[in-house]
Design a protein around this ligand. Structure first.
Ligand SMILES: [Zn+2]
Length: 463
């Protein structure tokens, strides 16, 4: 979606050819995108002349003679093109303004989310949506900005920056870039932002957006009204779209998580929120070396949350034991836990029973893990969880360490552990290795010795 710099660039390009053009006819191809009565829209605009195009937030304002203005929001993929009067429409065209000089302005919208509305110039700023917009980033006052952030207490700062009522013009790209420049975590609650951070955020937003305007915006998709013109800001982005690549400041792998349904990329080291835990997730198939990585991190002072250990703990909880006895029979229980071999026999052959066991155990493991994270006592935490990638913790991790190891090697390790390798590997068959590689900021080769793994980890001094 075009943000402030892209919309500003479009306004500037439109101003190179649009002013002075007089509308001979308006052709509405798709009336749904026009908020006025179509007849009113076409009738009023006929004979009017474009004066200039301005921008407010992510809106374009087309100023015309006789005090009219067309407000235009491009939403996902709206685009303006210069063309010829009378030109035949394509399936994505919304409206044509045919001019008396034989040229035209065409609005095309592949996604069809864009909106147009004709308003009186003297009231457009005072009615929604413009009246509801926050200030332009360079006009924002830190004290008002801070108050607005604190009013949106429940939002993460990333979402607050994108809230057009708080500040206008910032979307996903420039929110990520602003937070990186300001060294503030996108996860930080808006209510926790202090005065100094609010000032830094506004300064960073201004610097990032001004650079982007100078560069003509980002051409992630082309928004530009003249073929062959493209912005260069995509070459200057520091973090947006760069998950798992090294941080340009410190070299730590940038992390991509979801915040408010949007992907958010940040540096877990430079943008770490003071007083909040740094959470490392360890992911890999059975016998790939997860416990070696856990032990390595434990030596460095990490609090290890081991899902296997928590599962064992779960087997001692009376209410859970009752459920297990009901589902699998009394004889899988031992006085202090369960008979693991018996349980493995049951669940390795029956996926429905395995799911049932998971439904009994996982809520306990998840709850205990979340409790430690929320308690905030441990500032470095490592989560060793076989199902990390489908757990709610994946999105909370600041770093995922993935481990890959060939099956033959894992087979040998399982034998050495006294585990039935065929059964264990079969149970682990559905481990999503592709997802693990995609999530991993650090991908380790677990095919060698323990010290081999440790040596690979030594290359990451921030751990
Ligand atoms: Zn960094």
């Amino acid at each position: 979606m075009p943000e402030l710099p892209e919309v500003e660039t479009i306004a500037r390009i439109l101003n190179t050819f649009l002013p002075g053009k007089t509308i001979q006819a308006v052709r509405i191809i798709r009336a749904k995108n026009i908020e006025n009565d179509p007849a009113f829209f076409t009738h009023t605009l006929k004979g009017k002349t474009f004066l200039h195009v301005s921008r407010r937030g992510k809106y374009l304002l087309f100023h015309l003679t006789d005090g009219w203005v067309v407000l235009s929001h491009l939403r996902m993929e709206g685009k303006y093109f210069e063309g010829k009067a009378g030109q035949a429409p394509n399936p994505y065209d919304i409206v044509f303004y045919d001019f008396t000089d034989g040229s035209s302005l065409r609005y095309e919208d592949v996604r069809k989310f864009g909106r147009l509305r004709l308003n009186r110039e003297d009231e457009v700023e005072n009615i929604p949506p413009l009246s509801e917009l926050g200030p332009e980033p360079w006009e924002a006052k830190p004290d008002v900005f801070l108050m607005d952030l604190h009013r949106h207490a429940s939002l993460p700062i990333k979402s607050a920056l994108m809230d057009q009522h708080i500040i206008a013009g910032i979307g996903n790209i420039y929110a990520d870039e602003t937070l990186f420049a300001a060294k503030i975590s996108p996860k930080e609650a808006a209510k926790d932002v202090d005065e100094k951070q609010a000032i830094t955020l506004l300064q960073s937003a201004n610097a990032v957006l001004k650079e982007a305007v100078l560069e003509g915006g980002s051409t992630i998709r082309s928004y530009h009204p003249k073929q062959g013109m493209s912005g260069q800001m995509q070459n200057h982005l520091e973090v947006y779209g760069k998950g798992n690549t090294p941080c340009p400041r410190c070299g730590a792998p940038l992390r991509s998580i979801r915040i408010g349904q949007r992907s958010s990329v940040y540096c877990p080291v430079c943008q770490h929120e003071e007083g909040k835990p740094f959470i490392v997730g360890i992911s890999g198939p059975i016998a790939s070396g997860k416990s070696t990585v856990s032990a390595y991190l434990a030596k460095k002072g990490y609090r290890i949350l081991d899902a296997d250990e928590l599962s064992h703990e779960a087997y001692t909880v009376p209410s859970i034991r009752k459920k297990i006895a009901r589902s699998f029979g009394e004889d899988v229980l031992t006085p202090t836990g369960i008979d693991r071999a018996k349980m493995l026999n049951i669940v390795s052959e029956d996926s429905k029973k395995r799911k049932r066991l998971e439904r009994i155990i996982h809520p306990y493991v998840y709850q205990k893990t979340q409790e430690v994270i929320d308690a905030g006592k441990d500032l470095i935490i490592a989560i060793d969880m076989p199902l990390l990638l489908t757990s709610p913790f994946l999105n909370q991790c600041d770093l995922v360490i993935g481990i890959a190891a060939p099956e033959e090697i894992r087979y040998q390790r399982l034998i050495a552990r006294g585990v039935d390798p065929k059964r264990a590997l079969e149970l682990n068959r559905s481990f999503p290795m592709a997802k693990c590689k995609k999530a991993a900021g650090i991908l380790l080769d677990g095919s060698g010795s323990l010290s081999d793994l440790e040596q690979q980890l030594d290359a990451y001094p921030f751990l």
